[in-house]
Design a protein around this ligand. Structure first.
Ligand code: PLP
Length: 412
């Protein structure tokens, strides 16, 4: 892993890029990566709440605008705090380029829309976060882009779906909320054989547990709202790719349509990255313990956790992920009404719809994140009405297990 210092030249002279020794481990990158200091030499990264920038002269403004002299011109396009966040996550992801957006959905939309025009075709895994499904199923077809949905785990279906005009492909792995795992390296190579790119939504695991670019994907998108903030404070998104992909497909789209992130939110996310490896590893260790606890309970009819031997893609998990992640899905006997009773009986674990948070969260996807989908489509995606999604937080794992045990007692 080498640091990319090209970005340094884009900073005004008084902002100096920190140059730590290399190569670096993830937790060191998470703390120091991308940091720049102003003339005040602050230790903690500065928050630049500014829309625009001042030029020393008209000549300086001219050269800044015609890109002869690099630097900031307007915060819809770039901002020093946002740039620090982008450089830090690019370093963690091993990407040449990163661009932050206001939300995860803005990143998904830009990464896909930036690549296609009317008459083009996209192939996507069918099990998706509800809003990702909307972009592919409803929005893009309105502009003449055709989308074919496949069972993401069936490589034969991927191969069959390609056409002459297929430009890009999309998947989430692990998929939300079924925790199905798709073979990113194989799917990327199928895409490339057909001259198409692959965009991977990596929100469920974060750059700490899975590196889709290393596996062959062309672009990674995040809802930074999830693990990257990790403390329930703000929305955010990131697109990561090669410089070439970003320049060709994303740069102009973001610059001119303006789904820009607030510098304040960039600052929260930048500081969130400092603890990301610690948080994700701790939450993942608790999630594994909780999945084992749940598997032993009589009232629990099914547990889905990628790092369990009985997960259908256990071997693939070992190949492409560093652990099973921070989310455990399960069903209790008695279906939806039992699931409601169980969720209502929890006390430490909150009913909400985020994940990757320091606070443990229980979600019923069928009535929240995937409520918009028809019952038939939910059945096809493998989302029963009583499915529970538990995002394991940073509380003491024994307190969480006790909370779950108590809520299970409420069922019998
Ligand atoms: C939450 C989520 C998104 C959308 O992110 P927002 O920040 O809420 O816009 C996209 N994809 C996945 C997999 C998600 O979980």
């Amino acid at each position: 892993m080498t640091l990319n210092y090209k970005a340094q030249n884009q900073f005004p002279r008084h902002l100096q890029q920190v140059r730590p020794p290399q190569p670096l481990q993830a937790s060191t990158k998470a703390v120091h990566g991308g940091a720049t200091r102003s003339q005040f030499s602050e230790l903690s990264e500065a928050l630049f709440l500014t829309q625009s920038y001042v030029y020393e002269s008209a000549e300086a403004a001219e050269s800044r605008f015609n890109s002869k002299n690099p630097g900031y011109v307007y915060s819809r396009i770039s901002n020093p705090t946002t740039k620090m966040f982008e450089d830090r996550i690019a370093l963690l992801e091993g990407a040449e380029s990163a661009r932050a957006t206001a939300t995860g959905m803005a990143s998904v939309t830009a990464a896909l829309m930036g690549q296609v025009r009317a008459g083009d075709h996209i192939v996507s895994a069918k099990t998706l976060f509800g809003s990702c499904r909307y972009v592919l199923e409803d929005l893009l077809p309105r502009f003449g882009v055709e989308v074919t949905f496949v069972d993401g785990g069936d490589l034969g279906q991927w191969r069959k779906a390609f056409r002459q005009n297929t430009k890009t492909c999309f998947l989430e792995s692990p998929a939300n909320p079924t925790l199905e795992i798709y073979d990113i390296a194989e799917i990327a190579s199928i895409c490339h054989e057909h001259g198409a790119t692959l965009v991977v939504d990596n929100a469920f695991v974060s750059p700490i547990l899975q590196s889709p670019l290393e596996l062959g994907a062309d672009c990674v998108v995040y809802s930074a709202t999830k693990h990257i903030d990790g403390q329930g404070r703000c929305l955010g998104g990131v697109i990561l790719s090669s410089e070439e992909f970003m320049r060709k497909h994303v740069h102009d789209f973001l610059r001119h349509t303006g789904p820009s992130i607030s510098p304040f939110n960039s600052w929260l996310l930048l500081k969130g990255l400092e603890t990301l490896p610690l948080r994700v590893n701790a939450q993942q260790a608790s999630a594994l313990q909780i999945s084992n606890f749940l598997s032993d309970q009589e009232m629990v009819t099914r547990v889905i956790y990628p790092n369990h031997k009985d997960h259908p893609q256990y071997e693939l998990v070992q190949k492409q992920m560093k652990g099973g992640g921070t989310v455990v899905c399960f069903e209790v006997s008695g279906g939806k009404s039992s699931a409601f009773r169980f969720a209502n009986a929890l006390s430490i674990i909150k009913i909400s719809n985020n994940f990757g948070d320091a606070k443990s969260i229980i979600t019923l996807p069928s009535i929240t994140t995937h409520q918009r989908l028809s019952p038939e489509l939910r059945a096809e995606m493998g989302i029963p009405d009583g499915l529970l999604r538990l995002s394991v937080g940073l509380e003491d794992v024994n307190d969480l297990i006790n909370d779950l045990r108590n809520a299970l007692r409420a069922l019998s």
